[in-house]
Write a protein that binds this ligand. Structure first.
Ligand code: FES
Ligand SMILES: [Fe+2]
Length: 364
């Protein structure tokens, strides 16, 4: 932990670390370029040839499902003259990956298979292939890693301070995406991650959420008498929703109405709720801009019931999301002041402090 000159406080990030584009470029390399990053859902790529584009740090990555049903990931760059292959909105499908510039075409395994106006013998096609990136899947979530030397995905998750593997008991991979939101947050990704990692703000910013989860009123995220890092819903409530007594089916592994949360460094939030799971993905754009994607997943049986109305659940969660983004944008405006030197954490912000500590192993 990083001690502060101020008794009882720990240091967090400096003004420069929140606002400098030079620092941003450095951390895109040393954080997003060195570890596994959440890139999307496996269920977005169910068929051979399905594809999606994920921005990871300063790179655009193309992820496809190949003929063997396995995931493959490549830098989204044609080997002819470097055109980007697929647009960022490039989820789609195709038996091959064809460049929109001169139509060189690559197999789903990244090999160059055709180049119009050229006979096979014109040049040595076997020497040309898309550049691969490590890709793996955990609980239905796709992760990519730009580093060749980082530990495996499962090792990385196993050793992460927020213990995301403890959430495997909820069988996240069995849940089905019902809704997706995209927000453009005018703030640094670390401001969002710190905000997620503490609940000192909850009683001030999230009155509706605190009404449903009483421990949040106290500034704590989990209950001290529980070892499983959970928080109980108030008596009588069964869902994080404007319809708190909702009878939606519980997710697998949920035996009583509880909430769990984990920040999966560097860019993923997992919110496990009684009837729904929200998976959030940060895409940092600049020092002061982050795109926030949120997927809402439910048990299959919930979505198969035509009488179910998801609106109260989705709109409640979106309210909390917008409250968090609004305060994070307020922080970004504040830390941009020349008067601001660095942020601090109190002893009650220990998860935010763990985030800083993990970050310092990548950036110092
Ligand atoms: S740059 Fe892709 S085919 Fe020419
Ligand atoms: Fe919050």
């Amino acid at each position: 932990m990083t001690t502060s000159d101020i008794r009882g406080l720990r240091t967090s990030f400096t003004r420069e670390e929140y606002v400098s584009d030079e620092h941003f470029a450095r951390e895109m390399e040393s954080v997003y370029g060195s570890t596994w990053c959440f890139a999307g859902l496996s269920q977005e790529l169910t068929h051979v040839g399905d594809r999606l584009v994920a921005e990871v740090g300063s790179e655009s990555i193309l992820i496809v499902r190949n003929r063997e049903g396995e995931l493959r990931a490549y830098y989204n760059v044609c080997q002819h003259r470097g055109s980007q292959l697929c647009d960022e909105s490039g989820s789609g499908h195709g038996a091959a990956i064809t460049c929109p510039y001169h139509a060189w075409s690559y197999s789903l395994d990244g090999k160059l298979v055709s180049a119009i106006h050229h006979a096979k013998e014109d040049f040595d096609r076997e020497c040309i292939a898309l550049t691969s990136v490590r890709v793996d899947e955990w609980q239905g979530c796709i992760f990519v890693c730009l580093s060749e030397t980082a530990p495996s995905l499962i090792d990385s998750l196993e050793h992460l301070y927020s213990a995301p593997r403890s959430l495997e008991r909820f069988d996240l991979g069995s849940l089905v995406r019902a809704h997706h939101t995209v927000d453009e947050a005018q703030c640094n990704w670390k401001v969002l991650a710190e905000n997620y990692s503490e609940c000192l703000h909850c009683s001030v910013v999230h009155p509706e959420f605190c009404d449903l989860v009483p421990v949040y009123k106290t500034g704590r995220t989990i209950e001290s008498d529980r070892e499983d890092w959970a928080a109980r819903l108030k008596t009588g409530a069964s869902a994080i929703s404007f319809d708190a007594t909702s009878s939606l089916p519980m997710i697998p592994g949920m035996t009583e109405p509880l909430v769990y949360g984990a920040f999966v460094y560097p860019n993923m939030l997992i919110d496990v709720m009684p009837t729904c799971v929200a998976l959030t993905r940060y895409v940092p754009r600049s020092a002061s801009h982050t795109t926030v994607h949120t997927d809402y997943l439910f048990p299959k049986e919930t979505l198969e019931d035509p009488s179910v109305d998801l609106t109260p659940t989705l709109s409640f969660n979106d309210l909390v999301n917008q409250q968090d983004i609004a305060v994070s944008e307020r922080v970004q405006r504040g830390v941009s002041s020349k008067s601001f030197v660095r942020a601090h954490h109190t002893g009650m912000e220990k998860y935010a402090q763990q985030f800083v500590k993990r970050y310092r192993t990548d950036v110092n």
